[in-house]
Design a protein around this ligand. Structure first.
Ligand code: CO
Ligand code: CO
Ligand code: CO
Length: 327
């Protein structure tokens, strides 16, 4: 659902207060965190969606990598997951098997186990996971503790929404298609583990609200201003070209209007195609870390060692009335 619509629906909901619920839905974080003891907390998240690629096995891999990501975004390690599958009666069961096999392979790569699931018959296939994991609550990473002076690191290139839009009518080259798929099915495990035991102040992963939207939530939650250097953001090959041709997903426009005004301001010097990419909703996007400059340097080294293609893309300042400046 669009971010504004979701906020409106949630506004009227009455909820029981529980002090063990360390992170709930009110701060728009990635997953909930429920305290079990002073040293241990349960991290849980759920995510599922319809296919954005034709190959059912690859779709399963992407949906699972995406669902697992929210546990890493909280600094946690996933331990077990439940399948969620919606599947049409008229489709070959072999296809359902391929989706689940793709999901299971990613779950195994995460060192996580499938513990069960739920399936229903539906007009359109959809797949995802409910994932559980654990974190030491003292080391948990929220999206709302950015400090002025921090720098921001992203761990995957962006542009999967624009590329998926151009892929529907068959416009993508084989290379563009392969890069899009490989990015979406890459687990955030390696980036998350590289950041373990480092002094990371805040973390989230980039999904439906786009890089600008997720940065805005971080900045607002932390009452800071984030300056995003759009020239430094890693972007998948072909994205700016297809954005210029008008292959913009509806979600990018929704994000731009929801996070517009004083929340996210785009400098005149940023091209329309580049700013479209900043608002592009991502499927299974990278992690976004906020930490001090010296810690950032150390983390960049660890990320490179782990084979993660990361980049420093901005910094945080004392709040100046605007949450995010895109320059
Ligand atoms: Co998330
Ligand atoms: Co999610
Ligand atoms: Co987080």
């Amino acid at each position: 659902m669009a971010p504004g619509a979701l906020a409106q629906v949630l506004r009227g909901i009455q909820n029981l207060k529980d002090d063990n619920l360390l992170v709930g839905y009110d701060t728009s974080d990635d997953a909930c965190v429920y305290k079990i003891s002073d040293e241990l907390a349960l991290v849980q998240t759920v995510d599922f969606f319809p296919p954005m690629v034709d190959d059912p096995y690859l779709f399963g891999q992407i949906a699972a990598a995406n669902a697992l990501s929210d546990v890493y975004a909280m600094g946690g390690r996933p331990t077990h997951a439940m399948n969620l599958l919606c599947f049409p009666d008229c489709l070959d069961l072999e296809i359902a098997g391929q989706i689940l096999a793709g999901g299971a392979d990613k779950v195994r790569e995460a060192g996580c186990t499938i513990a069960g699931g739920h399936s229903i018959s539906d007009k359109e296939p959809k797949y995802g996971l409910c994932v559980s994991g654990f974190v030491d609550p003292r080391k948990m990473l929220t999206n709302s503790a950015v400090q002025p002076g921090d720098v921001l690191i992203i761990t995957k290139p962006i542009g999967t929404g624009i590329l998926s839009t151009a892929a529907k009518p068959g416009f993508l080259s084989d290379e563009e298609m392969q890069m899009m798929i490989d990015t979406m099915r890459q687990l955030n495990r390696y980036a998350g583990e590289a950041a373990e035991n480092m002094d990371v102040h805040a973390c989230t992963d980039i999904t439906g609200f786009g890089l600008a939207g997720h940065l805005c939530e971080m900045a607002e939650g932390s009452k800071t201003t984030i300056v995003l250097d759009s020239q430094k953001v890693p972007i998948l090959p072909g994205v700016l070209n297809w954005a210029q041709m008008g292959m913009i997903p509806a979600g990018a426009y929704r994000n731009r209007s929801y996070f517009g005004g004083n929340r996210v301001q785009v400098a005149d010097s940023v091209s329309v195609a580049l700013s479209d990419a900043m608002f592009d909703p991502q499927t299974s996007g990278g992690l976004l870390f906020s930490l001090s400059p010296d810690q950032a340097e150390a983390l960049m080294e660890r990320l490179a060692q782990a084979g993660v293609n990361a980049a420093i893309i901005g910094h945080a300042e004392v709040f100046d009335g605007t949450s995010v400046h895109i320059v």
